[in-house]
Structure formats: structure tokens, C-alpha cells
Write a protein that binds this ligand. Sequence first.
Ligand SMILES: Cc1ncc(COP(=O)(O)O)c(C=O)c1O
Length: 449
Amino acid sequence: MTDHIADPARGVEVLAMDRRHVFHSWSAQKKIRPLAVARAEGSWFWDFDGKRYLDFSSQMVNTNIGHQHPRVTAAIAEQAVKLSTVAPEHANEVRGEAAGRIAELAPEDMHKVFFANSGSEANENAIRMARIHTGRSKVLSFYRSFHGNTAVSAASTGDNRRWSNEYATGHVHFFGPYLFRSAFWANSEGEECARALHHLEQVIQMENPSSIAAVLMESIVGTAGVLVPPPGYLAGVRKLCDKYGIIYIADEVMCGFGRAGSWFAFEQHGVVPDLITFAKGANSGYVPISGVIISDKIAATFDDQVFPGGMTYSGHPLACASVVATIDAMKDERILENAVSVGNEVFGPGLRELARRHPVIGEVRGQAVFWGMDLVSNPETREPLVPFGASSEPMARYKTECLARGLMPSFRNSWIRVVPPCTISEAEAKEGLEILDDVLAVMDKYCGA
Ligand SMILES: Cc1ncc(COP(=O)(O)O)c(C=O)c1O
């Protein structure tokens, strides 16, 4: 790892420019004080004071390959010299290669990729495809979900980021499996799975099955708590979709490309969706890109009929070059295998041990480098540590305590996520867990145990 030269004066200027001119997302502008980041490498980044942070957030859960992977940055630089932009209507070397690499990772009957620039746009366009293909309008998705920030993807989102953005119509929400806070009074994973499927079928029937275009589902719910579905749940949803002629869209924006230890998280549940949306880990966000992987039967709908959608930068060559380099490097360097082994050897046992020692942890869930914990204010009643959808002093304290110790956390509501790059070493993972142990001792004070 190369040394970082501190430049505190520049840090002050960077922050001042930001506060003067940059309008930040999801924020009240006067209430924020962003961390000024100077550089990054692997699992780490530095501020301008030279302080180093272990990135347990992967930024927005996107730097699956780590920061500044040399093969990916080199591919972007080479492509910039060769052909730095080209309209989506033209064919070019690197877009075809990127689409081919992605299709090779997908199930057999999926050969085409529609490129977009964000996870939101990917979901927006997947829903558009499903609506046109079926001639139906409604979309069903979990209450506990995040699908994006554009009109349709925001309306299909379940969590509180939907509340102020609900302009699109035809969106219905339902409860997915979440045994720790079961909506179905279930006592086992099997019961939770069966009852959640029964609930979904009732929702389908009550909403008029012939009006439902798609079920849109994160294969592992990410921002809303890292909820790994029980065995059989995704297969049960696939069956219901087939029974009622509904398109199954798997949102793999967060859980795909190694985060859960496989290229796609649904693979581990033996199901094949009709449409798959991806973004984040596909190139670790080095240049914005996302897309929809399309089954042959849906692609055929648009053989003679126009697909009414597209963006200026769809399949941008710099982004596509970074996708090709990312996938090749992830295979050559066995990065998925690393994510699985660090999950099995360090995070799984380490986080469960933390849960045994810290009453504030209600439950630990996850796999590979995709972990979530429910924080509670009362272990008996499982009362969430902070109210749903509100900013809170305890979680602000959590962030401050982590940053003070050189750990970049990831959290929302009462959920803590542990989502480092898939490339993290066992030693780095252990170092991060030790910091978490200290911070959770502080958080235990908020728990009435
Ligand atoms: C599951 C899921 N879908 C969609 C999105 C939206 O992606 P983007 O922020 O790139 O628009 C996110 C973002 O976190 C996500 O986690």
C-alpha cells in the first residue's frame, strides 16, 4: 500500500468548495458535514489529514473489487484514449464485450443486456419491459426494499424513501420473510416461508392477477436490513409468477457480483428470473453503469416492436471497459472465493460472537461480505433501537464512534451493515471487527438490558 501525504489545508478548501456549491442527495443541506476523501486503495481510504479508514461500507455497497483496482483503472484509461464516448445506437467493441461477459454469467436463456447508468434506471426499464411484454400494469414489491430514486423505481421501493416520492401509479407492496420481526407470527424459517408465500398469493388474488405485470424482488434485501430469504421462498415466488403469468424481476443491484458470494444471489436458491437488474458490483462503480439482463422470451417481444426507452450514455465505453476488466479480474483473482471464505471464516463466527457479548445486537444475518444486524433497545421485546424512518442520536453516535476509530460504517434505521469489498483480507476483517466490538460497547448503553 502506498503512503499518503497529508494536506490538511487542502482538506479545508475541499470541504469549503463542497459546502458552497455541492447539493447533496437525501440530505438537509445545512445539517451535513461531509468527510473529504483524498484517496483510496483496496479496502481503505484516507482523508486530507492523513487519517486512514477501513471501508466497511464499500461506499454505497458498490466497491466489490476494492478501491483503485489497477486492472480496472488501466482499462478505463486505455479506453479513454481509444474511444471515450459513442452514441448508444452504434455498435462498438467494448459494449458488445461487456454484454457478452455479463450474459455468460447469467442463466442459459438470457442472452441480451440493456445498459443504463444506475440501479434506479435499470429497475425503471425492467418494469417497462415487463409491462409491455405482459400488457399489464401493476408491480408488486416488498415493503422492506429499496429499488431506486427515479419515478417508478422509487414508487416500487418499500422503505421510507418512497414516502416523499410516490408519484407513479400501479405499485403494491407486500411483506416478505423476516423471521426476527415476523409479520406472520411464525416461529421457524419453514413457517415464515410458507406463510409469506401464502400472504403473497392472497395479495396477488386480491389485486386481480390479470392486472399484475411483475414481482420485483431483491434476491437478498439489502438496505432494509440484509434479509436472506429462507430456503424455498424464491422458488415459491417463481411458482406463483408462473401460475399467474407474472414476470419475475430479480433486483441484483446490491446483492449481485460477488457481494453474496456468487455472481447472482438468486443462483443459490435454484431459481431463474425473467429479468435481472444489476449495477454497483458490475464494475464497482468506477464509472456509472447498470443494466437489465433479459430472458430470450421477453427480448423476442421487442424483435419487431420498438422498445420505448434509452439514455444518451447507455453502455458508455469507459464503463463497459471497466465491466470487462472487473469481471476478468474477479475471475482471475478468485475474488468471489475470497468473499465466501472471509464470510465463513471471519465475519460469520466473528459477528455471532459480538451478538453473544453485546445485548444491543438483536440478530445477525448474512453471508460472504453481505452482513446485517438488527440493533434493539430491549432484547426481550426486540424493540428497534431507533424509530423507523427517523434520524436519531444513537445512530449518529454509532457513526461518530466508528469514524473516530478509523472504520467507515454502513447503516440505516436500526440496521448495521457490514459490507466491505469482496477483496478484504482476513486480517483486515478481524481488525474491523475489533473496532466494531469497541463501538458496540458504547451502543450497549442505549439498550435497556
Ligand atoms: C437493491 C437496490 N436496487 C436499486 C438501487 C438503486 O441504485 P442507484 O442508486 O444506482 O440508482 C439500490 C441502491 O442502493 C439498491 O440497493
